[in-house]
Design a protein around this ligand. Structure first.
Ligand code: ACO
Length: 330
């Protein structure tokens, strides 16, 4: 079976940097608490850039680095849990802004696992020959989903976008995905309520009882997510490696979703790999949801840290709850 080649990556973060100290203006917290519990030192927040704009900037860089014409893109997959509009999707707006007239475009919703799930879908298009170039764009304005009076969530997230142009390769590839809908209430954000002249029930009985937050702000049971991820990353990476016929120790680098440094350290411990093999940038961007993994990839490409043939695992986890890993050759 064929694999994937990351032909070009891109990223964009808003220029406004917000330090932990600055967050103490809004909630009772401290730089020390945030660094010790999460590894986060600062994040970027949009001062007005819409989500689609950030996605377009990341996509343009990825296409340029891949050295292709936008008209050569066959599929655009966008991922976002904080879109500007339900429709058109960010994928369609990116198509318009890039002039990628020959692509078909749609949105993937798997929360923070979005890039990993999208890469697996892209690989399907590429392996059947129905696409030669797939553009994945992950973009999040997490700041608009935050309750800036809730210290247990607002310090954890940041805004940003990452993108990748993916092509077929004959290199090694395997994926391992899982979801657990029973734990859905651990991470919630409301969409449109059913509030019409015809609705007699204003609150959805399944999840409304967990929602203390107003409007569309996120609600998180941090400990429940932590418990889930502590197993999810090691299990998914181990599973993908087993399917690829390699040992975890053969991996040159693991790029995990950047949600908490302690989660990444726990995963390294359970996988018996040194922290040098875990890519970490959460200190600078906080948790940018599905954008975190492609932002890491864009930084890796910029730094030239990986060489062709290096074995890389990407691991994502997030709302749903969802998780997954892919193993491929750089
Ligand atoms: N500043 C200061 N104190 C705080 C803050 C804060 N920002 N937030 C919570 N606290 C307090 C709590 O109120 C609590 O106080 P109490 O003991 O008096 O009740 C104390 O700190 C401990 O709170 P815990 O929730 O037990 O802290 P914990 O060590 O579990 O860390 C955290 C919390 C960082 C959220 C952790 O549970 C975590 O990282 N969970 C995973 C979160 C995650 O990965 N989310 C995203 C995944 S999916 C996605 O990316 C969308």
């Amino acid at each position: 079976m064929s694999g994937v080649f990351i032909a070009g990556t891109g990223m964009y973060v808003p220029s406004r940097v917000v330090t932990n100290d600055e967050m103490t203006q809004f909630v009772d917290t401290s730089d020390e608490w945030i660094v010790q519990r999460t590894g986060i030192r600062e994040r970027h927040f949009s001062t007005g850039e819409p989500n689609w704009y950030m996605g377009v900037q990341a996509a343009k860089q990825a296409v340029k680095r891949a050295g292709i014409d936008p008209k050569e893109i066959d599929v655009i997959i966008s991922c976002s849990i904080t879109p500007d509009y339900f429709y058109p999707t960010i994928a369609c707006t990116v198509q318009d802004e890039l002039g990628a007239d020959n692509a078909f475009c749609w949105n993937m919703e798997a929360a923070c696992s979005g890039f990993v799930y999208s890469l697996d879908v892209a690989r399907g298009y590429l392996s059947t020959g129905s696409a030669k170039n797939v553009l994945i764009v992950c973009s999040e304005n997490m700041s608009k989903s935050l309750d800036f009076t809730d210290r247990s969530t607002c310090v954890l997230f940041g805004d940003g976008a990452g993108a990748a142009v993916v092509q077929r390769s004959e290199g090694l590839y395997a994926s391992c995905m899982a979801s657990d809908g029973r734990t859905g209430a651990a991470l919630l954000a409301r969409a449109l309520p059913l509030d019409t002249p015809f609705s007699t029930e204003k609150d959805d009985p399944k999840y409304a009882k967990y929602m203390e937050t107003k409007g569309n702000c996120m609600k998180m049971d941090g400990r429940a997510v932590y418990r889930f991820t502590a197993h999810a990353i090691p299990n998914m990476v181990t599973g993908a490696c087993a399917r690829a016929g390699i040992d975890v120790q053969d991996l040159d680098l693991i790029v995990p979703h950047q949600a908490n440094l302690r989660i990444i350290e726990t995963a390294a411990d359970r996988l018996h790999v040194p922290m040098e093999k875990m890519y970490v940038n959460i200190d600078r961007y906080a948790n940018t949801s599905c954008a975190s993994v492609p932002i890491c990839l864009a930084e890796l490409e910029t730094a030239g840290r990986l060489k062709r043939g290096d074995k890389v695992a990407l691991a994502g986890f997030g709302g749903g709850l969802t998780c997954g890993a892919v193993v491929f050759e750089w």
